[in-house]
Design a protein around this ligand. Structure first.
Ligand SMILES: Cc1cc2nc3c(=O)[nH]c(=O)nc-3n(C[C@H](O)[C@H](O)[C@H](O)COP(=O)(O)O)c2cc1C
Length: 225
């Protein structure tokens, strides 16, 4: 049996996971809540998650070693800024053979870009799934900042705040992958994935961006294109 696991803040990685779910006629297991995982053995596990500040998101890091599978496909979505060494690092956390691993460029959460991606990359991965064969991942160069301060950019650049529109429905508390929200207050465990902001039914959570972060992201984007 094949299984698809996904962590997603604002839906970009979910869009990629859905492609596999539709192609392989399989459900997606949300790995943002650690306890939600049934640890049954599967033949191939496809794990889809975003790159956050050149690192593996914390909820994914803790779940990866617990997935019980013979083969693994690792997919890291990213906002075309940097990928760190995320695929290699995640390959070291899983217990199984890696048969495919790919960075999938998509829109950047903080630039409000849509979750678009190149389907051809994913179609190639389907071929690897049909004919599983071990691949060896190369270690990539990773900047010093993501190593020393794993959440530096988002911690300094992003502030989430609650407005008077909040009706205390507590959906944000339930959805938060870090359990960082209590009675509408966000504590320092927040990883700024913006899941709470995206899913608030009253649009009562807002984000303020440090102008330096916006400038940095726009500059990176312009120099890449
Ligand atoms: C906290 C945070 C950190 C991010 N760090 C990076 C990064 O280092 N490099 C990059 O290219 N994109 C970065 N992005 C953009 C996301 O990787 C990209 O938008 C991803 O597709 C978001 O997926 P999601 O909606 O499933 O969370 C970051 C986004 C967030 C929210």
């Amino acid at each position: 049996m094949n299984r698809i696991f996904c962590f997603s803040g604002t839906g970009h990685s979910i869009a990629v996971a859905k492609f596999f779910a539709d192609s392989l006629k399989t459900e997606i297991t949300d790995i943002s809540q650690d306890m939600a995982i049934p640890y049954t053995q599967s033949e191939i596990s496809i794990v889809v998650f975003p790159v956050y500040c050149g690192n593996i998101p914390i909820p994914v890091k803790s779940v990866l070693p617990k997935i019980n599978s013979k083969f693994f496909v690792l997919i890291a979505t990213y906002g075309r800024i940097s990928t760190g060494n995320v695929l290699w690092e995640s390959s070291k956390l899983v217990n199984g053979t890696i048969i495919a691993a790919e960075y999938v460029p998509t829109g950047h959460t903080y630039l409000n870009e849509p979750p678009e991606f190149d389907v051809d990359i994913l179609k190639m991965i389907l071929l690897h799934i049909e004919h599983p064969k071990e691949i060896i991942l190369r270690k990539e160069r990773k900047g010093i900042l993501p190593v020393i301060f794993p959440n530096f950019r988002s911690r300094l650049g992003i502030k989430i705040y609650r407005t008077a529109d909040c009706n205390n429905c507590t959906l944000c508390e339930k959805n938060c992958p870090m359990q960082a929200i209590t009675e509408g207050n966000i504590d320092k465990r927040c990883i700024r994935c913006l899941r709470c902001v995206k899913n608030c039914p009253k649009k009562a959570l807002k984000v303020s961006y440090n102008p330096f972060l916006k400038k940095y992201l726009k500059h990176k984007r312009e120099t890449e294109l």
